[in-house]
Design a protein around this ligand. Structure first.
Ligand code: WTA
Length: 702
């Protein structure tokens, strides 16, 4: 039945279950200087966006973007829960992020690119220059490659300006872009090419990461082959060059398939392409993310609703003014970068910094040197980076003369202690902080303080963003009262313009995953019957601020990046010696949570460090380096129920140094103690399970 909730959604061990409950913290007030200049200093916004004003309140965001034709309906719920925002409207995202700023901001920097090598000077791309480049790429994609509105194109691009330029060129044509994070493996890229049905892959020869010029084109060959094996043919691979005219990859260009972008673009110099007026509901992009099953979900975002929502939240929550120099350290390969490096800030005519490398390269002072040199006044980053920068350079920020008015944290819960370092040391007590909770599926912020309106509370994301009305529901669908300290499933009562449209090619999974659990009437076209289930556990304090505990499903948020435990387990099972694999989340001081792998071998096979290495490699090849486990333990047998189900909960308790509880009813209770000694004790076998040291040095952005 299409509408039955995804069974595995309520998993036996999840991040939320291993979460530590922090105590209530003192409030901090937003600085007066910030309030005096804020885009939204007025607390009346909360009334204006009250539930009784829904959905018309969101016209305020729609008014911030330019429409070719006005919309006639704010929210069409006729095919609930497939929400349609601003229907009847015609809009183009590229026009909104580029053309409309030319009259006033032609010669203002739109993007400032900072390459990782510190001896390369930053490169500023003005709005005028961006306009030229986007047009040339759009002309080439249309006239040479033959792309048209509705086609999908996969990108496998790292953090260089070519990524936003190619995104905006696609948006100009109504072509749906699907960027795969540059750190994902070629295979991971290939499966996403296949799922989206792309015929074209856009990549780059190489890029800098932690001091190495990475050969990235090699991944394209694997990606095309993987897609090919899955039945999806790729006609063209378009290759940007990190240094135009110099090919930085060892893999040969394939005749008739691979083309250098810079060569192709020569014929399109100065060419202009009219932005195509798209329906508000036309898809703008796909962004793949991990879910409960092994198959990543292609989250489909709309043009009008999405753009209005990221513009509105970038303006009110991030407080972006056109005069600001804004730096989001996330990677554009994740939703944060799409919404809050590219579409939100550029729609507001801000200057958006694109930094290529690791924040700690060559040392932990690098971000503060960049901030000083470029005059960055808004910073946006993740707890993982903050923890890493604090660990490696606790006193570095004080050495540099920069001043932030505003700082964002996103992606994981931030420990109050880390929050305070961010506030006092990075922000120099001058900047307001917003802790923004949201997801790939949401387009933009869901829970956060409105910075000039609310007090801040370390470790707490805050109340709903304007127009977002969260609620915590228990297993039976009853509301958990505020201040009860009881954890439950955080849901949003109402749709909002940034919500995904569907999962690409799998509308049933969309309904099952996010709505079926709390919907009582599948036929209803009333949005009140369709609370959105985010898949996170949360608690609400008496002041109505929400604290997010973590995922309630089989997803692990590693350093702010989502990985499905099923994806990791399937990767492990590709190693011929492995009979069974179980992956659990384990708390980690720097990266928040990391996966730990338990494997059992096929009969007659001896445990060896080589098998551990093979398992690690399988994960890197199939998913990418982010999927590197903290440990791989080869166990004699998995703890199992009598019906043969692997008890991941027991393994998670062992990994997280917790009591395993009553295991006497298991089919093989004695193995639990053996595993516990292996993991927690000084057993020799446990030593063999150690993953090589360099995992600790692994860049937190990957
Ligand atoms: C987690 C990233 C606590 C959460 C924008 C969510 C957070 C998942 C926060 C989505 C936060 C995100 N506090 N946890 N401020 N922000 N999360 O799709 O578990 O990459 O479900 O989107 O990150 O990750 P995603």
């Amino acid at each position: 039945m299409a509408n039955a909730p995804e069974k595995k959604e309520m998993t036996e061990v999840s991040e939320a279950q291993i979460a530590v409950h922090w105590r209530e913290e003192e409030y901090f007030n937003p600085p007066q200087k910030f309030i005096a200049q804020a885009n939204m200093p007025d607390s009346k916004i909360l009334e204006r966006f009250g539930l009784d004003k829904f959905p018309d309140c969101f016209k305020e965001y729609a008014d911030m973007v330019s429409w070719f034709e006005p919309y006639h309906t704010v929210l069409d719920t006729s095919n609930a829960p497939f929400w349609k925002w601003f229907t009847g409207g015609k809009i183009n995202a590229s026009y909104n992020c580029v053309d409309r700023h030319l009259a006033k901001y032609r010669n203002k920097a739109a993007i400032i690119f900072v390459g990782e090598p510190e001896n390369e000077d930053p490169v500023a791309i003005t709005y005028q220059e961006l306009y030229y480049r986007v047009n040339e790429v759009a002309a080439m994609l249309r006239d040479y490659v033959g792309l048209k509105a509705g086609d999908r194109v996969t990108f496998h691009l790292p953090m260089t300006p070519e990524l936003p330029i190619t995104m905006l060129a696609c948006a100009r044509l109504g072509v749906i872009h699907s960027e795969v994070f540059g750190g994902f493996s070629g295979q991971a890229c290939g499966t996403r090419i296949q799922d989206s049905g792309s015929h074209v892959l856009v990549t780059i020869d190489s890029y800098w990461r932690a001091g190495t010029l990475v050969d990235h084109k090699a991944n394209a060959d694997i990606a095309v082959q993987t897609a090919e094996e899955m039945g999806q043919h790729v006609d063209k691979v378009l290759v940007w060059q990190r240094y135009p005219g110099k090919y930085g990859s060892k893999t040969p260009m394939v005749e008739g398939r691979d083309f250098f972008m810079n060569d192709l673009l020569k014929k399109y110099q100065g060419k202009k392409v009219d932005p195509v007026p798209m329906d508000s509901t036309a898809p703008l992009f796909l962004m793949y993310t991990s879910g409960t099953t092994g198959k990543p979900k292609g989250i489909q975002h709309s043009t009008g609703g999405y753009l209005a929502y990221v513009t509105g939240t970038a303006k009110y929550i991030q407080d972006i003014h056109p005069e600001d120099t804004y730096w989001c350290m996330a990677d554009i390969g994740w939703i944060t970068g799409h919404s809050y490096i590219v579409y939100g800030p550029l729609s507001l005519a801000a200057t958006s910094v694109v930094y290529e490398g690791t924040p700690t390269y060559p040392d932990a002072g690098r971000p503060w040197r960049i901030a000083e040199r470029l005059g960055v006044n808004i910073l946006h980053t993740a707890p993982t980076s903050i923890r890493m920068l604090r660990k490696l350079g606790p006193d570095e920020p004080a050495k540099y003369n920069y001043h932030f008015k505003h700082m964002t944290t996103v992606g994981e819960p931030i420990e109050p202690d880390v929050w305070r370092w961010y506030y006092h040391t990075v922000g120099k007590d001058e900047a307001v902080i917003v802790d923004t909770w949201w997801q790939t599926e949401n387009g933009g912020f869901l829970c956060t303080t409105t910075p000039a309106v609310h007090q801040m509370k370390p470790g707490s994301a805050g109340p709903g963003a304007p127009g977002i009305h969260p609620v915590i529901l228990d297993e039976d669908g009853e509301e958990v009262p505020a201040g009860s300290g009881k954890a439950g499933n955080i849901c949003i009562r109402n749709p909002w313009p940034g919500i995904m449209q569907t999962i690409w090619g799998d509308p049933d999974r969309y309904v099952r995953t996010y709505y079926a659990r709390y919907n009582k009437n599948p036929k209803s076209t009333d949005w009140r019957d369709w609370p959105y289930m985010a898949g996170d556990g949360a608690v609400q304090a008496a002041d109505k601020y929400y604290r997010i505990l973590g995922r309630i499903d089989d997803v692990i948020n590693v350093a702010g990046h989502r990985l499905g435990t099923k994806e990791i387990e399937s990767a492990c099972l590709t190693v011929p010696e492995v009979a069974e694999a179980a992956v659990v989340p384990v708390a980690d001081e720097l990266r928040g949570r990391v996966p730990e792998i338990y494997i059992a071998l096929k009969p007659g096979i001896q445990a060896s460090p080589e098998i551990v290495a093979k398992v690690v490699k399988a994960n890197e090849d199939i998913i990418g380096k982010i999927a590197r486990p903290k440990h791989v333990y080869i166990v004699p047998d998995m703890p199992k129920t009598r019906s043969g189900k692997i008890m991941r909960r027991v393994l998670a308790s062992i990994s997280n140094q917790r009591d395993v509880g009553d295991v006497t009813t298991l089919a093989n209770p004695t193995v639990v103690e053996e595993i516990r000694v292996m993991v927690q004790g000084k057993d020799a076998v446990a030593q063999m399970g150690e993953v090589p040291e360099d995992i600790a040095k692994f860049g937190q952005n990957e």
